[in-house]
Design a binder for this molecule. Structure first.
Ligand SMILES: [Zn+2]
Length: 237
């Protein structure tokens, strides 16, 4: 299995993962370094999160009438269609079925398809599906595509998925993308995601964007996100 971490350029680490983990020797030690997990209890928490046991499923109102032959197929076969079918509509529907099943064994093939498929709406559905599976393991594929996918709609789907996941460790990545991104809709979704994460450390950035941005939708998104963050911190206090 290939390592599940990203390089500093936000590409997938090419190293082979160690047998006991999903990470290579370099990243496995990073994941358990004092800065990440200072005490055994924190490491235990990290491993529990890795298994996805601490998270409630993310709501999914998406509906599509998938043909019975695909909808009833075993997950391994649906994955096969996702990766090899010549009809992009079938690949899209396969991603949709995997999304509805929230199957963790689909993370690897969904990641692969998110990187390789020529059809943008297939890649977009893969991003949504990864978001719905909803364990911290999907952060790396979503961050990679948010940084590198050439299509705006795919990057938007990644930002939305990360916002819905609401995992605090994604805040810095979203901020980095927001500061470099030029597409107004992707920026908008990054700002919404930061509002969902609710981390007060982004207040300064959002306040600056709200004052400086030319686009009204961006200024309004900043206002709404700031409101959400402040409300949440009042509620905690
Ligand atoms: Zn690695």
């Amino acid at each position: 299995m290939q390592c599940h971490a990203l390089t500093s350029e936000k590409n997938r680490c090419p190293n082979e993962a160690l047998a006991a983990t999903r990470y290579c020797a370099l990243h496995a030690s990073e994941m358990t370094s004092p800065s990440v997990a200072s005490a055994p209890t924190r490491l235990g928490g990290f491993l529990a999160r890795l298994r996805g046991t601490l998270y409630a499923p993310i709501a999914d109102g998406g509906k599509y009438d998938v043909p019975k032959w695909l909808n009833d197929a075993p997950t391994a076969q649906v994955i096969e269609h996702l990766q090899t079918h010549s009809d992009s509509m079938v690949r899209w529907m396969a991603a949709f079925v995997l999304r509805k099943r929230r199957a963790p064994e689909a993370i690897e093939p969904l990641w692969d398809t998110l990187l390789k498929d020529d059809t943008r709406f297939v890649r977009q559905q893969c991003a949504v599906a990864l978001g719905k599976i909803g364990t911290p393991l999907v952060i790396a594929p979503l961050v990679q595509a948010l940084n590198h996918d050439p299509d705006q709609a795919v990057r938007q789907a990644c930002a939305i998925a990360l916002g819905n996941l609401g995992l605090p460790q994604t805040m810095e990545e979203i901020v980095r993308v927001l500061e470099a991104e030029e597409n107004i809709f992707v920026k908008w979704d990054c700002i919404v995601a930061l509002g969902q994460l609710g981390d007060a450390r982004v207040e300064k950035l959002l306040t600056r964007l709200q004052a400086e941005e030319i686009a009204q939708v961006i200024r309004e998104a900043c206002r709404d996100a700031l409101q959400e963050i402040r409300q949440r911190h009042r509620a905690v206090a």
